[in-house]
Design a protein around this ligand. Structure first.
Ligand code: AGP
Length: 366
């Protein structure tokens, strides 16, 4: 079993460490001479030109990729994008027009609710594209267009490398969609493509800072309740950070759009309540900093994940910095310290990291 884990203590850690390779395997085959080429290019390009709306359907972590996708697709391609949790979508009589694009995201390709949502969308005339990891899975077989994440088998119940790969496919998808629709020009597309192609190396540099995450884990391991806050793409990643921590460490955690805190939950922030603030989006940094100050005023203990030099040293108690780069693609990077933090906190608390209680890797029954 030790060999299966490549010498790591757990599959989860092994899989986090595989992120740079997985990103390269997912990105590189789709980039040629600085241009993005997706599978089913002719058909997808045609659909991209005419599509009026993108609807993303997924469960759990894959839905968090969906929330990130909404920001990236709308910002770059200016196509309205909705995100739905599959178990909600399938029972709410969704409005689907023929020609709509439904984008289904799933690691396993076997999640029951996601598969049912796909079937419903198809029966109503939508074109279905999927981002799936398991080759030949049900969702892959039943979709019109398959965009695989090349993450390899993922064993740990908590998804890590597949999540990062899903984000990378979204980035490629959004840039291609934007270019084909004329929402961005070729020069801009090239710039963005280069930024995506740089992600594997940047991920490698972050993983080399594993010890920093371990030290932070020791400082936050005894939390009873914890908050994650962020705005925009940082909010989407905060959702994933919060789920990851809950799943494997059993620490109760809440995620809030940073601007929403004062509409209720800030009443729960008291002396030493840990708050993890994701603050990587440069156009939102001032706003998030003011939210950090609000919780600091209630004596919260704040860990900020932000760009180098973005925050004054005294704004947060702890800072983990992310290298500079395109804001739209930073989720693939800032999720890494959050995954490592959850992992080490769960290890320090003696939890069964790879097989958390009550959870299955793939939820194939409703
Ligand atoms: C992630 O850590 C979870 N275990 C879970 O939320 C998962 O993402 C969800 O069940 C969806 O699974 P899928 O990607 O295989 O469809």
């Amino acid at each position: 079993a030790a060999a299966e884990k490549g010498g790591y203590a757990h599959f989860m850690l092994k899989e986090i460490m595989e992120t740079p390779k997985v990103l390269a395997d997912t990105i590189n085959p789709r980039v040629e001479n600085g241009e993005i080429h997706l599978e089913h290019e002719a058909e997808l390009d045609e659909l991209f030109r005419s599509v009026k709306k993108v609807m993303i359907v997924a469960c759990g972590s894959a839905s968090h990729v969906g929330y990130a996708a909404k920001y990236v697709i709308e910002r770059l391609a200016r196509v309205p994008t909705e995100v739905d949790i599959a178990s909600e979508y399938r029972y709410r009589d969704p409005i689907v027009e023929p020609g709509d694009l439904v984008l289904v995201i799933s690691q396993s390709g076997e999640t029951a609710d996601t598969l049912a949502a796909l079937r419903l969308a198809k029966s109503r005339g939508a074109k279905v594209a999927c981002i799936v990891n398991v080759v030949g899975s049900s969702i892959a077989r039943e979709s019109d267009y398959v965009l695989y994440t090349w993450a390899g088998p993922e064993i740990a119940v908590a998804t890590t490398k597949a999540f990062s790969a899903q984000l990378a496919v979204i980035d490629l998808f959004a840039v291609r969609l934007a270019l084909v629709r004329g929402a961005i020009d070729e020069a801009h597309a090239r710039e963005l493509t280069a930024a995506i192609a740089a992600l594997p190396e940047q991920a490698k540099a972050l993983l080399a800072r594993e010890e920093e995450c371990k030290r932070l884990a020791a400082r936050y391991q005894n939390a009873k309740d914890l908050f994650f806050i962020g705005r925009g793409l940082d909010y989407a990643i905060a959702m994933e950070g919060s789920l990851k921590l809950k799943e494997i460490s059993y620490i109760h955690s809440e995620v809030y759009a940073a601007g929403e805190l004062k509409h209720g939950t800030i009443s729960l922030v008291v002396d030493d309540t840990p708050v993890i603030a994701i603050a990587t989006q440069s156009h939102l940094i001032e706003k998030t900093v003011s939210n950090i100050k609000e919780v600091k005023a209630r004596h919260a203990k704040v860990l900020a994940v932000c760009r180098e030099g973005a925050l004054d040293g005294d704004v947060a108690d702890d800072i983990f910095t992310i290298p500079d780069g395109e804001d739209l693609f930073v989720p693939s990077l800032d999720v890494i310290p959050l995954q490592l933090l959850s992992y080490y906190i769960a290890v320090l608390r003696g939890c069964d990291v790879d097989k958390p209680r009550n959870l299955a890797k793939s939820v194939t029954v409703e």
